[in-house]
Design a protein around this ligand. Structure first.
Ligand code: ADP
Ligand code: MG
Length: 727
């Protein structure tokens, strides 16, 4: 028999056609080892698949069939766009409708083979399947004549693999079974130490691979998935903790400030700090007073007052001097993800520091500023980049605010002691490593985020940071009035929005999320729905008002006057040239537009609670009462109960925990950017597993920091050290 090793290239082992080769490349599968690590994302349960002729009203079912007719039309009373079609499977046909999801007609043209899952309703015109889940399939359900799958009768379900155009789940199933039979598993060594497997009762690599690709019973599949979930979280922990240790090898400036002096600064704020803000400030100052660099994450909802904490702690830093050099001052760098946000932070920092002899600089790709101006000490002034950099380098500028141009090599500080990053998830550990100054000085590091994620996930992706939560809102802030709007109340709600518009207020309309495995296609569909919604609103609902669209396919900045860019649309909205902005949920409209007091979110059932909460945060900044209308198209009690949590939960973090419980880790918003696989995300539901992975990682690194005794682990974690990308 031919000798098989994990490193053999798939293309050398199998006869492949060009489109299969392309598909494997797209899935990043190159070697046979990659192939056995390509895991099914679920197991299809053949038993539940029904023939259309046997369907009964009121039951939930899975059917496979071909779309024979499909079109879009407007719903009779609400005028909502909808898709309507017929699906046939050879035994019969059934009518299928998707309310408010007209795009489905474009996604699944006539002749598409699909799998549908949903509830059968028995109406006066026969059976209908309303708003079912729909998935494209390449194979019809397996029947008994299929020899390969005859054997599968022993399995608890047929594994369903992530596919790509050109290669099917079935190809994976068949060929993975083949190489397993050739003995590839004997050539794979288990990277996880035996004692750990034993301690947590996890199957060995070999067993787990057999089980995951062909489980005989459900518990086998679960045990295998648990092992791989643990393994991934364990690697992520190792990689994060190791980079933390690496960073902490360097010294940092220890700051020294008296409580009185700090209080004097804080007492000037136009408000009193919440107790969360006080605790966070205290905790950070304590870290800053050490010679070991701080690595901390400050999590708090939009509006919880993170900037004030950043200002107070920055004050502590710039009031201190490097050891033995009392004439020099320590410096602060404050980095924001976008230019608009950097400018806003700059403005607020000027307010916090204007009464002091403190110089604040701004650096973005479109220009530099310095405060105070020599001519007018109340105002900032434009200066050249080279002049600003000179003053940063000789230590005259105390605080630098900027976009990521702040961490370019050309920006040299004299004594950089403290770096603050707004919105951590766009800043990877590789970028952080660049902050280390000459002579191995690490600045203290504070990351701030308003992205609500569950604690288990935070412990994983921010495994290198200590966590502090701002879990309370400043007093006197009016909560956003939130209403869950059923289709029957649409008209009435538009009436209320009309009143706000008539008062001169502005409105956001967020279009629904659309699930489509191909990101390009997904974007195209969303853009389409944004355009359609804008046209509909203009024509049928708000003809008197200016309506504009904003989506991810638009260029960031305009190169020509005629072509609209995100920036120009945002500016027009800010200047109230636009009354209603119809946008996708992915577009960052997080900037402060206090006159926008209402947000409408379409297709709310398709969003996670924490994402809805974040979207709602966009109207929070106003002095006026703000409104959030959550438009849901379904009336199921479960969905409505879930959405009601938006009215009762205390903060975004609580909502993210609810998302995790109710919808599972795969549904958490922003999943793509964390670089965790679907299996890894399964661990996020399990705090015990996350803690176990964390503590095992710590123990290994204590004894073997460079992983010299664990070469297999060392090789695998290289994959998890990939820098997190900027937008
Ligand atoms: P975020 O956490 O979203 O960055 P900001 O720091 O921008 O929030 O604060 C939002 C608003 O709340 C600002 O106008 C700020 O001045 C105000 N603010 C911050 N802390 C308090 C407080 N303790 N009491 C009242 N207002 C506060
Ligand atoms: Mg902020």
């Amino acid at each position: 028999m031919q000798k098989i090793t994990p490193q053999i290239l798939i293309i050398n082992h199998f006869q492949l056609n060009p489109s299969q080769k392309r598909a494997l490349g797209k899935l990043h599968l190159h070697t046979l080892q990659d192939l056995v690590y390509h895991f099914p994302h679920r197991y299809s349960d053949i038993g539940k698949i029904r023939k259309i002729s046997t369907l009964k009203g009121g039951e939930s079912a899975t059917i496979y069939g071909t779309i024979s007719k499909i079109k879009t039309r407007k719903a009779f009373r609400t005028k909502m766009p909808m898709a309507e079609g017929t699906v046939e499977d050879g035994t019969g046909k059934i009518k299928v409708v998707w309310f408010n999801q007209a795009y489905i007609a474009k996604m699944f043209p006539e002749g598409s083979m699909v799998m549908l899952q949903g509830k059968i309703t028995d109406g006066k015109n026969g059976f209908t399947l309303a708003n079912p889940e729909i998935e494209r399939t390449k194979d019809m359900p397996i029947d008994a004549s299929d020899t390969l799958f005859m054997k599968d009768k022993e399995m608890f379900g047929i594994p369903v693999y992530p596919e790509s155009r050109g290669i099917t789940s079935r190809w994976f199933h068949y060929n993975i079974q083949k190489i397993l039979a050739l003995g590839i598993l004997d050539e794979l060594e288990d990277p996880i130490p035996k004692n750990i497997l034993k301690k947590y009762n996890l199957p060995s690599l070999k067993t787990a691979l057999i089980w995951i690709h062909g489980p005989k019973k459900e518990s086998d599949a679960q045990a295998a998935r648990k092992r791989f979930a643990f393994e991934e979280i364990f690697y992520i922990q190792l990689s994060r903790q190791r980079s933390k240790k690496e960073y902490e090898k360097n010294n940092s400036y220890a700051i020294d400030i008296s409580q009185d002096k700090l209080n004097e600064f804080i007492d000037r704020f136009p408000f009193t700090l919440t107790s969360s803000q006080q605790n966070a400030t205290k905790m950070i100052i304590k870290d800053l007073s050490k010679e070991k660099p701080m690595l901390r994450l400050l999590e708090g909802d939009v509006g919880s007052g993170k900037t004030a904490v950043a200002a107070a702690t920055s004050f502590a830093v710039i009031s201190s001097y490097p050891k033995g050099k009392p004439v020099d001052k320590l410096q602060v760098a404050y980095m924001a993800p976008t230019e608009i946000l950097a400018k806003q932070l700059y403005e607020s920092f000027i307010q916090y520091f204007s009464h002091l002899p403190v110089q604040v600089g701004l650096i973005t790709s479109s220009g530099c500023k310095k405060f105070p101006s020599k001519v007018n000490p109340e105002e900032p002034t434009d200066i050249s980049r080279s002049q600003l950099l000179k003053w940063v380098a000789n230590g005259e500028i105390d605080i630098m605010v900027g976009t990521h141009s702040l961490i370019q090599k050309t920006v040299q500080f004299k004594h950089l002691a403290y770096v603050i990053i707004d919105e951590q998830h766009r800043f990877g550990t590789t970028q952080r490593a660049k902050l280390v100054q000459k002579e191995g000085h690490s600045p203290h590091f504070l990351s701030m985020t308003a992205t609500p994620i569950p604690r288990t996930l935070a412990l994983t992706i921010y495994g290198d940071l200590d966590l502090t939560l701002l879990d309370e809102m400043p007093h006197g802030r009016k909560p956003v009035t939130t209403e869950i709007v059923l289709p029957s109340k649409r008209e009435e709600t538009y009436g209320k929005v009309q009143e706000e518009l008539a008062r001169g207020k502005q409105v956001y309309v967020i279009c629904p999320r659309i699930d489509e495995p191909d990101p390009d296609k997904e974007l195209a569909l969303i853009v389409k729905s944004v355009k359609e919604e804008a046209v509909r609103l203009k024509k049928n609902i708000f003809p008197k008002y200016n309506i504009e669209i904003l989506h991810g396919k638009m260029p960031a900045k305009s190169l020509t006057v005629s072509k609209k860019s995100k920036e120009s649309v945002m500016r027009d909205f800010e200047e109230h040239k636009i009354d209603i902005l119809v946008a996708t949920s992915v577009v960052e409209v997080g900037v402060n537009i206090p006159n926008a007091t209402t947000i409408i979110i379409e297709g709310a059932e398709r969003f996670g609670l924490s994402q809805l909460h974040q979207l709602r945060g966009r109207v929070l900044r106003s002095e006026d009462q703000a409104y959030c209308y959550i438009f849901a198209d379904t009336k199921t009690k479960k969905t409505l109960d879930r959405l009601k949590a938006l009215k009762t939960a205390k903060n975004g973090f609580e909502l993210s925990e609810l998302d995790l419980q109710l919808r599972g880790a795969g549904e958490l918003a922003g999943k793509k950017q964390w670089g965790i696989s679907d299996i890894g995300m399964e661990a996020i539901k399990n705090i015990k597993m996350v803690e176990a992975a964390r503590s095992e990682a710590t123990q290994i690194l204590e004894k073997d920091h460079d992983l010299k005794d664990h070469p297999l682990i060392s090789a695998r974690i290289a994959k998890f050290a990939i820098p997190i990308h900027f937008e």
